[in-house]
Design a protein around this ligand. Structure first.
Ligand SMILES: *Cc1c(COP(=O)(O)O)cnc(C)c1O
Length: 257
């Protein structure tokens, strides 16, 4: 099977799972599919674009910025939206604003500050170059769903990989207000990763409650980024609007995991 056919088959089976789960949940529209291309080459991104994928996710700036540059001249990739889904170091914000449409991992005020500052500089640079401004950065507040979040040891969670991190649920509203007040950032909604080894229904149910509370203050912030290859049905049941799916489309990631 060619790589193109492999990707087409993976995509078709994930799309079918999404449609089935959405129908089971009585939902009228399917959630958006973000295909997570981390560890896979830019040629896979280009192939996915020809298969109708509009949204791709990446978790490391160095890898993402290289792939965005590699696909920039490809007309098939012109409409692609790059979603940054990994832990964001403040010093990477300047790079991320050059290619990313959205950041799903906003979990502290220093990241909000860095992103807005980087956006301010990016818009200025574009104006000086005589090019059009970019759209505001779409920001998802990543919420830590680990049991007992709040007293969590920040260092311990930071060492467990890119999927960790996330704000304490009690801090979501304050972060939301900071994003709302930032000139070049838009508040999209919330994001979470279900903790390993726990019931995803519990985590996604809690995330739905947090989203509900957020929408009480900010009705437009209705996006819920949740669900990966292993748990997307649970996420759809609990109202996910954006799914981040990697391995079930692209295959097992080389190296890690
Ligand atoms: C890698 C990753 C995914 C995709 O995971 P799969 O299990 O391969 O579908 C989703 N979300 C985040 C934050 C990731 O880092």
């Amino acid at each position: 099977m060619s790589r193109h056919d492999e990707l087409a088959a993976g995509l078709q089976s994930v799309r079918q799972r999404i449609a089935n789960a959405a129908a089971d949940a009585g939902r009228e529209t399917d959630p958006a599919l973000i295909v997570v291309t981390k560890f896979f080459p830019a040629s896979d991104v280009a192939a996915l674009a020809t298969l109708g994928v509009q949204d791709v996710g990446e978790n490391r700036d160095q890898e993402a910025s290289a792939k965005a540059a590699e696909t920039a001249a490809d007309p098939d990739c012109a409409g692609l939206r790059w979603h940054f889904i990994g832990q964001l170091q403040s010093n990477k914000a300047k790079s991320v604003v050059r290619y990313a449409y959205a950041v799903h991992s906003v979990d502290r005020s220093s990241v909000i500050k860095s992103l807005n500052k980087a956006m301010t500089m990016e818009q200025q640079a574009r104006q000086e170059a005589g090019s059009a401004p970019r759209g505001n950065m779409q920001c998802f507040i990543q919420v830590n769903m680990d049991e007992g979040a709040g007293g969590a040891d920040q260092d311990a969670s930071a060492h467990q990989g890119a999927e960790r991190g996330g704000a304490d649920p009690a801090d979501v509203l304050e972060l939301a207000t900071r994003i709302e007040n930032a000139e070049y950032l838009d508040l999209a909604g919330v994001m979470a990763v279900a903790p390993l080894g726990s019931d995803p229904d519990v985590a996604f149910g809690r995330l739905a409650d947090i989203s509900h509370q957020l929408r009480h203050e900010y009705p437009h912030a209705d996006a819920v980024s949740a669900g990966m290859s292993g748990d997307l049905e649970h996420a759809i049941k609990h109202g996910a609007t954006h799914l981040r799916v990697g391995s079930n489309v692209l295959g097992q990631r080389p190296g890690l995991r």
